[in-house]
Design a protein around this ligand. Structure first.
Ligand SMILES: N[C@@H](CCC(=O)N[C@@H](CS)C(=O)NCC(=O)O)C(=O)O
Length: 217
């Protein structure tokens, strides 16, 4: 099994899911800032030119939602998604919202060239969507357990949703928002990144919520 990923990207969600499953897998890193997702080599793997991509034998699968459901069914003991209804339906609803709404809003902040061509229009798209993203982060924050709780988004164990929530929180910094403005989400993400079973994931992605402050000169 092989995962195409980029540090800090949404590929963190399947990366965490694979670690929760505790199975061996290979990582292939792409440098998005160098446009490697548009290289002929990668387009031959995923003509949609995006991460993540999971390769499992003959299956080459993109889209966070599809990969998450696939890994959950492939590794049913891993707790990647809840099994019992209605918790499973609720988890899929939140996963779809994270991917289809929040992730899409962030794309309008971070990849304005995909949504407008002239500089003024791009600036407007970005400024508007930063506000939308802030409101969505507040909604997500309210869904998280209170600060000090040891619960997770879907109950007493971490799952793929906690990984997506962490990714979406980290991106708020890239949108110029303050991570601590979402205290429940910040606490949940901090606990997730400290889990021993995710140590290799965090190391491979050099994952940190905020860049370390530069030492004083
Ligand atoms: N709907 C897609 C979105 C994937 C996506 O936005 N991937 C980003 C990284 S987080 C990417 O590859 N961006 C590079 C690009 O779009 O050129 C999914 O769920 O996988």
């Amino acid at each position: 099994m092989k995962l195409y990923f980029a540090p800090g990207a949404c590929s963190f969600v399947p990366h965490v899911s694979l670690a929760l499953a505790g199975v061996p897998f290979e990582l292939q890193m792409l440098k998005l800032h160098k446009g490697e997702q548009s290289s002929p080599e990668f387009l031959a793997i995923n003509p949609r030119g995006q991460l993540p991509v999971l390769v499992d034998g003959d299956l080459v699968l993109d889209q966070v939602v599809a990969i998450t459901v696939y890994l959950d069914e492939r590794f049913p003991e891993a707790g990647i998604l809840p099994k019992a209804q209605p918790a499973r339906a609720r988890a899929l609803s939140t996963l779809a919202w994270m991917n289809g709404a929040m992730h899409a809003t962030f794309a309008h902040v971070f990849m304005t060239h995909k949504f407008a061509s002239d500089a003024e229009a791009k600036a407007h798209v970005k400024a508007h969507n930063v506000k939308v993203y802030d409101a969505q982060l507040q909604t997500l924050d309210a869904m998280c357990p209170v600060v000090g709780s040891d619960a997770w988004l879907m109950g007493d164990a971490p799952c793929a949703l906690d990984a997506y929530a962490t990714t979406l929180l980290r991106w708020s910094g890239l949108a110029g928002l303050t991570l601590q403005s979402y205290p429940r989400l910040f606490a949940l993400a901090s606990r997730l990144l400290a889990l021993p079973q995710l140590a290799q994931v965090v190391a491979a992605e050099r994952y940190q919520l905020e860049p370390a402050p530069k030492p004083a000169a």
